[in-house]
Design a protein around this ligand. Structure first.
Ligand code: ADP
Ligand code: ASP
Ligand code: MG
Length: 405
């Protein structure tokens, strides 16, 4: 007997038939003698639609009201899944974030979980009830509804697993595991039986949407075992494990892309001490996350500063740069939303050289221009024109010998 969290993503609860399928799967696992807690996402497409409503009314909207709107998708699926379970004779009830309560900080739209009280849930699970928890949402310090950032139901599931001391957190999705790259754009992507936490963390943070970055961070910290698997097939999935559990280490284990970036260049800003702080201070103060940064050589006392941010932050970032124009002293601002970040990740990079060069050569051979480069111990990322995304990912997948036979 084990205690398990089963998390179902948007495609797994996309309509009533799929919700019935989820209920059957949960029942099978419970019938096998396990205690089960379920976490659900909104039906696929619903969160995007809700975000669209908010953005349709205001470019710079009130983030607290954004959360009040976008958290509703999960309220619906939690209730529906509980009903579907009841219909097949499983004792179940839905839980909204605030009812548990799942407490977060007040960073609306990207809140962090601070605590989850698992006592009541554990007692009910022991009595045979299945809690169905609305993912993605919590309650902030001022009793307002918060959401955990896009893809946040994964984090709800891992945090819940830690709070109820579950033996494993199973993430059911529309692919049967973690692949060497997104199997939807590279037909030759290979499924991995195991992946190290650190690699999964890095892949998630550079855009592999299969798990939200924070869920992996949390799993690493709380030592939650994660399995990623399909909710449509009965196949073993991918286990996220410690690095020393992986016998055959590849130099590069995965390639990820992100089209959610935008590039900003501040032209001819004064090249003086404090200029980076003058630009990035106000952005970070407003919660705009800056990712890649390059500062050019200066010849005439001015320099160009190029950086990337999340594309949805572009209106906010522009407004902030306009507001601080005098203190920064910029003369021209160029923005480009048509960029993509491509990253190669692998713990083997620590002990091998030439990984970045393979990347640069492979991109050059396809005529793809690199705009910005950034590296970490186990990752190399480049910024390129968005139209080359798929070409670049496929070329790199082949160049690093990852293609399935
Ligand atoms: P869910 O709605 O279940 O949370 P997501 O759409 O958030 O599902 O995540 C699953 C998707 O992640 C897959 O459909 C796939 O296109 C994408 N993906 C990106 N990179 C990878 C990867 N390396 N391995 C598996 N899936 C990936
Ligand atoms: N429904 C939310 C989203 O689309 C959370 C999730 O699916 O994990 O971002
Ligand atoms: Mg997801």
């Amino acid at each position: 007997m084990a205690r398990l969290v089963m998390k179902f993503g948007g495609t797994s609860v996309a309509d009533l038939d799929r919700i019935r399928n989820v209920a059957q799967r949960v029942k099978r696992v419970q019938d096998a003698g396990n205690e089960v807690a379920v976490v659900v996402s909104a039906m696929s497409g619903v969160t995007n639609q809700l975000v669209g409503y908010v953005q349709g009314l205001a470019a710079l909207y009130d983030a607290r009201e954004y959360d009040a709107v976008v958290a509703t998708g999960e309220q619906v699926t939690a209730g529906l899944t509980a009903i579907a379970l009841q219909e097949i004779g499983v004792d179940a009830r839905s839980w909204q974030g605030w009812q548990i309560p799942l407490r977060t900080d007040d960073a609306h739209g990207r809140a962090r979980i601070e605590s989850i009280d698992g006592t009541d849930l554990i007692a009910r699970m022991q009595a045979g009830q299945v809690p169905v928890v609305a993912g993605f949402q919590g309650i902030g310090p001022r009793n307002r509804i918060t959401t955990l950032g896009r893809g946040g139901s994964d984090t709800s599931a891992v945090a819940l697993a830690a709070a109820i001391r579950a033996d494993r957190c199973d993430i059911y999705t529309d692919v049967d595991g973690v692949y060497t790259t997104d199997p939807r754009i590279v037909a030759k992507a290979r499924k991995l039986d195991k992946i190290a936490y650190e690699e999964m963390l890095e892949l998630a943070s550079v855009g592999a949407k299969v798990l939200q970055t924070r869920s992996v961070e949390l799993a690493m910290k709380e030592r939650v075992r994660i399995q990623v698997l399909s909710s449509f097939a009965d196949l073993p999935g991918t286990l996220v494990v410690d690095e020393d559990e992986i016998v055959e280490k590849e130099i590069v284990s995965g390639i990820a892309y992100s089209r959610d970036e935008a590039k900003i260049t501040m032209r001819r800003v004064p090249d003086r001490p404090g200029i980076a702080a003058a630009i990035f201070g106000p952005l970070s103060g407003a919660g705009v996350n800056v990712d890649m940064i390059v500062q050019n050589m200066s010849a005439d006392g001015t320099t160009d500063m190029t950086f990337t941010i999340g594309r949805t932050d572009l209106p906010r970032a522009r407004a902030i740069m306009n507001e601080h124009r005098a203190s920064i002293g910029w003369t021209e601002m160029l923005t480009d939303p048509d960029v993509a970040k491509i990253s190669v990740v692998g713990v083997g990079m620590r002990s091998h050289t030439g990984v970045a060069n393979t990347m640069f050569s492979a991109l050059a051979s396809k005529g793809i221009n690199i705009q910005v480069i950034s590296t970490s111990e186990i990752k190399v990322s480049v910024l390129i024109g968005a139209e080359y995304t798929e070409l670049a990912v496929r070329a790199l997948h082949t160049a690093y010998g990852l293609d399935a036979a």
